[in-house]
Ligand binder design. Structure first.
Ligand SMILES: Cc1ncc(COP(=O)(O)O)c(C=O)c1O
Length: 399
């Protein structure tokens, strides 16, 4: 800890020196089970041999050369992502917020092309899209926005999951250029929409000529058991935003386009110095290789079911608790706010988890966990949750 850092984070009292698979070691040599993956980033676990080798080899050859030249690894990565997603082309950047910024710019270009001078974008309550000015304006959390007004204008907000509310907006506003949402809400509390929601939005966007823009920054790259969470519903968007798990820790984001969004960006309309550099792209290619070779989509499905079942069994006597999510994006919804539980898990169980939306314990474990590690995760978490829930019951005097 040092005062030389701007305190934008409330950090937990530990610093890690190295990791392997689902485990991290602190600088004092203590071992922790990582059920968070750096918030959905290290899906292949720490120090994955394939990613490490790819980075080492590339680092010895060429880190960076600029997007004014062709970059073979970038072209290869774009083709691989398009093949897995059904999208047509990719723009590479460095983060989820940047991937969403590009999407918002695409929506505005699309609106202007249709003759609307102030194109609007429909966004969702409880959404999280990033911390830049446009993405925090799209985010549905007043705490993220407070103090940064004036917000970027042009966003219309509806409840997540409500197709009829979006349809009503389309009826009222002819200048809607796009609908932007997470396929599964992460920061909002691991909220999986009802079947038919994404397909319903796809139909509406088709009917009104608007872009469907799916933020798969947290839910993408295999985490839910498919390459992308929208594939559970067979929906292909016009724009798809990726980051987090794509580089397994090497910063990289991507905005994929399809359909009406395919020909909006041309030379000079968007850019980045670092985005899609050779180092980041070979890391991401190694991530895709590992997901395919190690059959990690099936593992995410199986591990997710195993962890959720273990938690449901261990919490069966607590009717006030629910376990929700898809694959390895899991939320344990508690009856009251529990900001202290991340520290309790860290200190008493050497387990890394995160609390989101006040009362949701969020688990984003690596896709490479063994069954024994998944069971260990459940045991450690239950050892914290069961006594906490008993102490929270009104008859215990802690309402
Ligand atoms: C769904 C979603 N979109 C965007 C972001 C922002 O990504 P980044 O922090 O890489 O800018 C996040 C980060 O948590 C996210 O979960």
């Amino acid at each position: 800890m040092t005062e030389a850092l701007i305190p934008t984070y409330n950090r937990l009292p530990v610093a890690f020196s190295h990791g392997s698979g689902a485990w991290l070691w602190s600088e004092d040599g203590t071992r922790y089970l990582d059920a968070l993956s750096g918030i959905a980033v290290t899906g292949l676990g720490h120090a994955h041999p394939g990613v490490t080798r790819a980075i080492q080899e590339q680092a010895a050859r060429l880190l960076h050369c600029s997007n004014v030249y062709h970059i073979s690894a970038q072209s290869a990565l774009a083709e691989r992502l398009c093949a897995h997603s059904g999208m047509s082309a990719a723009f590479f950047c460095n983060s989820g917020a940047e991937a969403n910024e590009a999407a918002i710019k695409l929506a505005r270009l699309h609106g202007h092309r249709r003759g609307h001078t102030c194109p609007r974008i429909v966004v969702m309550e409880r959404a999280f899209h990033g911390r830049t000015l446009a993405t925090l304006s799209a985010t549905g959390n007043p705490k993220v926005q407070a103090g940064f007004e004036p917000l970027v204008e042009g966003f219309l907000r509806v409840p997540y999951g409500d197709v009829a509310a979006v349809a009503a907006l389309f009826d009222r506003h002819p200048d809607i250029a796009a609908v932007l949402l997470e396929s599964i809400q992460g920061e909002g509390g691991v909220i999986v929409p009802a079947t038919g929601f994404l397909a319903g939005l796809r139909d509406l966007c088709d009917r009104y000529g608007a872009l469907l823009m799916l933020d798969e920054v947290q839910s993408g790259i295999g985490r839910t058991g498919r390459w992308f969470a929208c594939q559970h519903e067979g929906v292909v968007p016009d724009v798809m935003q990726l980051a987090k798990g794509l580089g397994n820790g090497v910063p990289i984001g991507a905005t994929l386009v399809h359909g009406l969004a395919s020909d909006l960006f041309g030379p000079g309309l968007h850019g980045t110095t670092f985005g899609g550099n050779p180092l980041a792209c070979v890391a991401a290619l190694a991530v895709l290789d590992a997901i395919e070779e190690e059959d990690l989509l099936a593992r995410a499905t199986a591990l997710g079911a195993r962890i959720a079942a273990g938690l449901r069994a261990g919490l069966a006597t607590f009717a006030e608790v629910s376990v929700r999510g898809r694959g390895l994006m899991i939320g344990v919804v508690l009856p009251r706010d529990c900001p202290e539980l991340a520290l309790t898990c860290l200190e008493t169980q050497r387990l890394l988890v995160n609390i989101t939306a006040g009362r949701v314990v969020r688990l984003l474990p690596p896709l490479v966990m063994t069954d024994a590690e998944a069971d260990d995760l459940v045991t450690r978490l239950l050892a914290v949750l069961q006594p906490w829930l008993l102490a929270s019951r009104p008859e215990q005097g802690v309402a």
